[in-house]
Write a protein that binds this ligand. Structure first.
Ligand SMILES: Nc1ncnc2c1ncn2[C@@H]1O[C@H](COP(=O)(O)OP(=O)(O)OP(=O)(O)O)[C@@H](O)[C@H]1O
Ligand SMILES: [Mg+2]
Length: 694
């Protein structure tokens, strides 16, 4: 294989086929690229492709890596197992779960965060505890910490909830995300034969973003890799940002001890121009607790200066960003080249409002995720129940959606009956003693599920699963009666089809086997995996975009109490926040714009925050180009249709407007006060010129 596009150190890492290797290097130095090339090069050197296991942090990263390997060496690149820790474990458990010797079966259900919290809420209620005091968000977080070894004690009542929660999961053949890792580890630890088999299967292991592995994940790597010791890790201690979830930088020390790796350092940054890197270097040099004090350097030239912008209010800031994005786009950027990043989820909302006004296409991560929308979960619950009738959690979701006159009392009775007789709620429908109309309602529900199952096993085209679940269940009819909102929800459900379509291509086996894999994937997915190809601005927390890069990055709400967050007080916490900021800064390739507002509406009141200390840490003293982005309008250029600046136009929804600016790409139209100014791509069908009379 040609190793073009790699420097000497990278080549050294790529060529080290056997033995343990640690690549420790700063942001944008090509760690992920090196790891990807290494997989390709291994296969090129006749290492058996399916003996390679590569773990990454997000599904998106895994998919990109797969595509890259296939680009490099062709279809053989599909064979290695490239996935997240969670997907790997989910798959492992489908085959090996019987070794738990527990009640679990291979058709166990993966509960996402929302489902898990719902179970916690139900449990709190059942135990007659105060739901405010025993808040499900907080408890979920605690339970997670207990499960991944960060906490070892809970207070008395919490412990009771914890025990009951886990019992419920077990009885219902279901697991939360932490269980996936823990049970995998348990099986590998307790079953020599299984461990042997997997050590033989995956002789080569590669791990991206090693700095964010937690102790359980490290133990997995250790177990699987300890026989052949062909473990290749890449990481950057300065980007370790999951300490709050138990990611433990000590893992690196353990890795040195356990694997005695060859250490390769990369010091050339290929992502960012020099002004951005200087800001990043300055920023991180304020952390005292660092493993190295490496500086990033780049050959990409100085590039534009880093911009620092202050606005009166959070709203002004959002509008500043919207205008600046318009201008970048006029200047040749695409929306997808741009990211708006912040420290915590709640900040995103206000940008949404501004972007809607400015017609800026965006996708916001961490809002209501596509996969946690009610209509999506309902559809998936129908499909799951049709496949696995013992799935009580799915059954409870949809037994009365659309309404079938099956009330809460009936559902509780069913649940109790099922629990006492150790059968599923679905089976309980036939056996429980309920009369009259309710009995009929239950029977016709059961009939729906049966028909759905029969149909699913027979269809040829898996995307039909979605139509079947919509039509047979009365769900489509229900949405139709909901008017506009129903239409949106219907459209969301249609999006599911592409997922089933892709799954049908990716997986082998019977319909049922394929669908089960698809459902697993979906349970582990986030929005990041979804709107990939669309030309949209990404609006996200910094945590959500690690490993990614964008031409232009806005870091917004750079204010004390927001970033660093007011819940981080200790020295180590502040240093972790600074690493988060460092990850943000180093996502930018060409432009970095930092902004903050003097006033911000937060927690139901107006706050007055001073600029984040991290701005000062970046030492942007020499920066005089503050207003550059906003003021540098690009002059109107060639015209592609007969609409000109000053013309009146008509739009179906916004009514009459006047063209106020136009260039090759963008036509900007002022409509009535109600709608304001909107952007269109030049030549857009929706704009009709109103012919002037003279
Ligand atoms: N030798 C090289 N020549 C040219 N471009 C390179 C080289 N190595 C990496 N790149 C490019 O530099 C950018 C950063 O690479 P990559 O994402 O692999 O870095 P990283 O170290 O994984 O960053 P992070 O720490 O943010 O995960 C990518 O666009 C990549 O294609
Ligand atoms: Mg990377």
């Amino acid at each position: 294989m040609q190793l073009k596009g790699l420097n000497d150190h990278q080549i050294q890492a790529v060529k080290a086929l056997e033995g343990a290797v640690a690549v420790i290097a700063g942001a944008g130095s090509g760690k992920t690229r090196t790891l990807t090339y290494r997989i390709a090069n291994m296969i090129d050197n006749n290492i058996f492709p399916s003996s390679i296991l590569a773990v990454t942090f997000t599904n998106k990263a895994a998919r990109e890596m797969k595509e890259r390997v296939v680009d490099l060496i062709g279809p053989q690149g599909f064979a290695p197992m490239i996935s997240t820790f969670h997907s790997f474990c989910a798959r492992f458990l489908r085959d090996e779960i019987e070794h738990l010797g527990d009640t679990y079966t291979r058709h166990y259900l993966i509960l996402d965060e929302d489902d898990a919290k719902q179970v916690i809420r139900d449990t709190v209620k059942e135990l007659n505890l105060d739901p405010n005091r025993y808040n499900s968000n907080r408890l979920k977080d605690y339970f997670s910490k207990v499960k991944n070894g960060q906490y070892d004690s809970l207070e008395y009542e919490e412990e009771k909830v914890f025990i009951k929660y886990n019992e419920y999961l077990k009885v219902n053949n279901s697991m939360d995300f932490d269980d996936l890792l823990n049970y995998t580890l348990k099986i590998l630890k307790e079953n020599k034969a299984v461990l042997d088999m997997f050590q033989e299967r995956y002789k080569y292991i590669l791990v991206d973003e090693f700095q964010d592995t937690n102790i359980i994940q490290y133990e997995l790597i250790l177990l699987l890799g300890s026989k052949y010791k062909n473990v290749f890790i890449v990481g950057d201690p300065d980007q370790s940002i999951y300490g709050f979830r138990g990611a433990n930088y000590e893992n690196y020390t353990f890795f040195l001890r356990d694997f005695k790796p060859q250490i390769i350092v990369l010091d050339q940054n290929y992502r960012s121009s020099m002004h951005i890197l200087t800001a990043a270097n300055n920023l991180i040099s304020n952390n005292r607790n660092r493993k190295t004090d490496k500086l990033l350097k780049s050959d990409l030239g100085d590039g534009p200066l880093v911009i620092k912008e202050v606005r009166e209010s959070d709203k002004d800031e959002a509008y500043f960003v919207a205008r600046a994005i318009e201008i970048l786009v006029h200047g040749g950027y695409q929306f997808k080249d741009i990211a708006v990043l912040y420290r915590s989820n709640a900040i995103g909302r206000i940008f949404e409002e501004a972007f809607l006004r400015y017609n800026i296409p965006y996708i916001i991560y961490g809002g209501i995720s596509f996969f946690s929308r009610k209509e999506i979960k309902d559809m998936l619950s129908y499909i799951r129940l049709a496949l696995f009738e013992h799935d009580n959690i799915s059954l409870k979701r949809i037994i009365n959606t659309p309404r079938r006159k099956i009330g809460q009392t009936t559902i509780s009775k069913l649940e109790a009956y099922a629990a006492i007789h150790h059968i599923s709620m679905y089976e309980a429908i036939d056996r429980i003693n309920i009369g009259g109309q309710t009995r009929e309602a239950l029977q016709s529900f059961k009939k729906i599920i049966q028909v759905l199952r029969d149909e699913i096993t027979q269809i040829y085209d898996l995307t039909q699963v979605v139509d079947l679940a919509l039509q047979l269940t009365g769900y489509e009819e229900m949405l139709r009666l909901e008017g506009n909102e129903g239409k949106d929800r219907y459209d969301n459900i249609q999006e599911l089809k592409s997922i089933f379509y892709n799954g049908a291509v990716d997986y082998k086996g019977t319909n049922l086997e394929k669908i089960e894999q698809i459902l697993d994937d979906m349970a582990l997915k986030t929005d990041l995996d979804l709107e990939d190809d669309k030309n949209t601005v990404k609006v996200a927390t910094i945590h959500q975009v690690k490993g990614l890069e964008f031409k232009a990055v806005f870091m917004v709400a750079m204010e004390e109490t927001v970033f660093p967050s007011d819940i981080s007080g200790s020295f180590t916490e502040i240093e972790e926040e600074r690493r988060v900021a460092y990850v943000g800064v180093t996502r930018a390739k060409e432009r970095l714009i930092l902004s903050h507002a003097k006033q911000r509406f937060r927690y139901g009141q107006t706050q007055y925050n001073s600029p984040s200390r991290f701005i000062e840490d970046m030492d942007l003293e020499k920066n005089k180009e503050k207003r550059l982005v906003v003021e540098q309008e690009v002059a109107p250029e060639v015209v592609q249709d007969d609409i000109h600046v000053g013309d009146s136009v008509l739009h179906e929804k916004y009514g009459k407007g006047v063209v106020v600016m136009k260039n090759d790409e963008i036509t900007r139209v002022a409509f009535s006060i109600e709608f304001g100014i909107k952007l269109f791509t030049t030549g857009h069908q929706a704009l009709k010129k109103i012919k002037s009379e003279n």
